[in-house]
Design a protein around this ligand. Structure first.
Ligand code: GDP
Length: 410
């Protein structure tokens, strides 16, 4: 069986946010738009979102499952849950260990808050490339500019505004895409596609200035682009996006977008940005580990033909199916019915069932390939942080360290 998606079409990401910034709402909206099954039997037959969410909860699958898969324009997006509360610092680190990129959600009226600072530092520590979503743009006192400034000042990051908001507070309507120089206007109604149109006349000058600033910021970070920029040569949209992608993946910059997830505004461009700017498993460094017996250092690449290696990042007892071990596969293929070694415990484990979680259903799958995420049912000895590996080529992946929680003071 070959892959449904090429490896460069996977995005293992987490939505990272301080509590109350809108992580749940943003995640729900992403899953609404990207969870293809939602369209069937929800919007089409007129079921309201709220009803639909209640139904999902009753069925016992919540969007805060440890990892949920969705599909967007031919890409598989695996959303890994990252707890937002300070008490879960160790848990945040566990999930940061297995994701390749993050969307950091901020409240536009608050900008950077103490707890967003904490998670940002943790993401720095694990070198997780990030893009930012300035949410709640509809609220009184919302400021895209101010939020970006606080990302710069308080986080010492290099934010690059990729949009210019259209309308303020209650009149927030959409955003100018500074790459395409088109206005994207959103309808309040969930499920409606945004209208792509010309930039409103009164915003043209501001948008041009914002675009020039964005290009300059991106060019400064890219050896190829800076030459063109300085020579005043035309820079195509593709070149610009590719250069920004390199900068974000190298954690030299973070691309910033705006919206209001509660009002269904700005979410589709955000998912596009996940695909455009966050890394695939091929873009991140090979995972390191040690040979379970000899202690020799080994690197594993996201290659289906390599010996299997996977990390258990969360154990969940699901009331319906039992003990689920969420794994990220780093190399090789984990097969349903197959056997793996837990080298740390020196125990053989049988892969009973392999399950992919969607927001509204579970699906049994036959295998999970390098770079992908799924849950195993039937493991007896393995816990969070354990490695599972090919029995003949045992590797223990770099363990997750749990330093003292970082407590930030308001
Ligand atoms: P979480 O704690 O980060 O998961 O945040 P939630 O998604 O639960 O949102 C926190 C509160 O903010 C809830 O009352 C939401 O309804 C509200 N909220 C989320 N997004 C927006 C938004 O874009 N605009 C407004 N006005 N409220 C929002």
């Amino acid at each position: 069986m070959s892959r449904e998606y090429a490896l460069d079409r996977y995005r293992n990401i987490g939505i990272i946010a301080h509590i109350d910034a809108g992580k749940t709402t943003t995640t729900e909206r992403i899953l609404f738009y990207a969870g293809k099954t939602y369209r069937i039997g929800s919007v089409d037959d007129g079921t309201t979102v709220t009803d639909w969410m209640v139904q999902e909860r009753e069925r016992g699958i919540t969007i805060v499952s440890a990892a949920v898969s969705a599909e967007w324009k031919g890409y598989q997006i695996n959303l890994i849950d990252t707890p937002g509360h300070i008490d879960f610092t160790a848990e945040v680190q566990r999930s940061l260990r297995v994701l390749d990129g993050g969307v950091v959600v901020f409240d536009a009226t608050q900008g950077v808050e103490p707890q967003s600072e904490t998670v940002w530092r943790q993401a720095d520590r694990y070198k997780v490339p990030r893009i930012c979503f300035i949410n709640k743009m509809d609220r009184v006192g919302a400021s895209f500019e101010g939020s970006i400034q606080s990302i710069k000042d308080r986080l010492g990051a290099n934010p690059i505004a990729m949009q210019l908001p259209i309308g303020f507070e209650a009149a927030f309507k959409g955003a100018v895409d500074l790459v395409t120089m088109k206005a994207i206007l959103f309808e309040d109604e969930l499920g409606k596609e945004p209208i792509v149109t010309d930039i409103p006349a009164d915003l043209v000058k501001e948008a041009e200035e914002a675009r020039a600033k964005m290009i300059e910021q991106v060019a400064e970070l890219d050896d190829d682009l800076i030459v063109k920029y300085l020579e005043n040569e035309p820079i195509s949209e593709e070149e610009l996006k590719a250069a920004l992608r390199r900068a974000v993946i190298a954690s030299k910059a973070t691309a910033v977008f705006c919206g209001s997830s509660l009002k269904n505004k700005g979410v589709q461009p955000l998912i596009d940005a996940v695909v455009d700017y966050l890394p695939s498993p091929l873009d991140v460094p090979a995972v390191k580990g040690t040979h379970a017996k000899t202690g020799e250092e080994i690197e594993r690449h996201p290659d289906d033909d390599a010996p299997a290696s996977a990390l258990v990042f969360k154990i969940v007892t699901d009331p319906y199916v039992g003990r689920l071990a969420y794994i990220r596969v780093y190399s090789g293929v984990v097969k349903q019915g197959g056997q793996l070694l837990n080298p740390g415990k020196d125990k053989k484990e049988r892969v009973g069932r392999l399950i992919r979680m969607y927001a509204d259903r579970r699906e049994d799958i036959e295998e999970v390939r390098a770079g992908d995420i799924a849950a195993i049912l039937g493991l007896k000895y393995s816990f969070t942080g354990d490695t599972l590996s090919d029995s003949d080529k045992p590797i223990v992946l770099e363990s997750i360290s749990f330093p003292e929680p970082v407590i930030s003071v308001a």
